[in-house]
Design a protein around this ligand. Structure first.
Ligand code: P6P
Length: 332
């Protein structure tokens, strides 16, 4: 039986639509897919080897680095730095940018990623994920600096994630729809399983950490209270962004990590969590806002900047934004 449309065949078919394409993008995705397969293999046997648990130190975010976080970061950097498509990388696990070493050929793309999001769930066997975003360096030839990464999400060339769950699925968009590829471990290939994903117009799921409700502003309180009054509504919160986002993308729903009296700018990072998922959800017909503005329009001020994130099907996101705006005017 044919193994179906592999990720590489799909990407090559996409590339043929652009006669002037250099093939660099294809190389980037190909090497990223290899890194994903290696990470998937380790995630799926983490309990059997000494890779569970924490490293004993914290990252730039002040969060405890899990061994698998560090491992995933090393695998992605090692898999990508030798290709001729990148100038530099940035990651949740690295304080500054990582310029491709002089010994390797360079390209014009920039890769920014969260190597293993939701890593606090690793030791309890809950799905976790890698999130990635690809930008273009603005000026060819110039030495790459952190400013090259500080572009609004609308400038992303590509965005995606790999969810290490009941199966390993790679979902990406390059601006021409959202497509999902499920890893077939028996052949070691990502096979097209979800072509042209569209988020359902109506959702019956909301995802928010209600443990934070004592810190919520009225806009969040009033919106969640309204949601709970709906006859068909379910609360689902894994505590792993990629898992919560992917379920809502497929089934319809809204995920909220708003700013509150404790998380003054929300918790999630703009460049390698909010922006890539916002590009995906918009390409799938959904929406993503901070409560006050479209996420993809934010001009980043720093690499690890945090933003509030309300993301999902358009109707619910617009309604959540209305509640947020009303609470702002009520305060004035
Ligand atoms: P909380 C995981 O640490 C993460 O960055 C996201 O994956 C997840 O959505 C969020 O934080 C969970 O945060 O505060 O609800 O535990």
């Amino acid at each position: 039986m044919p193994i179906g449309m592999t990720l590489m065949k799909f990407i090559l078919e996409e590339q043929r639509k652009f006669p002037n394409a250099s093939g660099n993008f294809t190389g980037l995705i190909s090497d990223l897919a290899i890194a994903a397969k290696v990470i998937s293999r380790e995630v799926n046997k983490a309990g059997l080897i000494n890779i569970l648990g924490a490293t004993g130190y914290s990252n730039v975010q002040g969060e405890e680095v899990q061994k698998l976080d560090e491992y995933a970061n090393t695998v992605i950097v090692g898999s990508m730095e030798h290709g001729d498509y990148l100038s530099a990388m940035a990651s949740e696990e690295m304080e500054g940018i990582y310029a491709v070493p002089e010994r390797y050929p360079k390209g014009n793309y920039l890769l920014v990623f969260d190597p293993l999001d939701g890593s606090s769930n690793i030791d309890v066997n809950i799905s976790i994920g890698t999130i990635f975003s690809v930008l273009r360096k603005k000026e060819r030839g110039k030495k790459v600096t952190v400013e090259d990464f500080l572009q609004p999400g609308t400038e992303q060339v590509c965005a995606g994630y790999i969810l290490y769950g009941s199966s390993t699925i790679l979902v990406y968009t390059s601006g021409y729809g959202v497509h999902g590829f499920t890893l077939d471990p028996s052949v070691g290939e990502f096979i097209l399983s979800h072509e042209n994903i569209r988020i359902p117009d109506k959702g019956t799921i909301f995802s928010i950490n209600e443990g934070n409700s004592r810190y919520w502003y009225d806009g969040t309180k009033n919106y969640i209270k309204m949601l709970k009054s709906r006859t068909t509504i379910s609360a689902r919160y894994v505590g792993s962004l990629v898992a919560d986002f992917h379920r809502n993308l497929i089934k319809g729903g809204i995920f909220l990590y708003p700013k509150d009296r404790r998380a003054k700018n929300g918790k999630l990072r703009l460049l390698y969590e909010a922006n890539p998922l916002s590009l995906i959800v918009e390409q799938a017909g959904g929406a993503a806002t901070t409560g006050e503005k479209r996420v993809l329009k934010i001009v980043p001020k720093e690499l690890h900047q945090r933003v509030p994130l309300i993301i999902g099907n358009k109707r619910d996101v617009i309604e959540a934004e209305r509640y947020w705006q009303e609470s702002l005017t009520a305060v004035v």
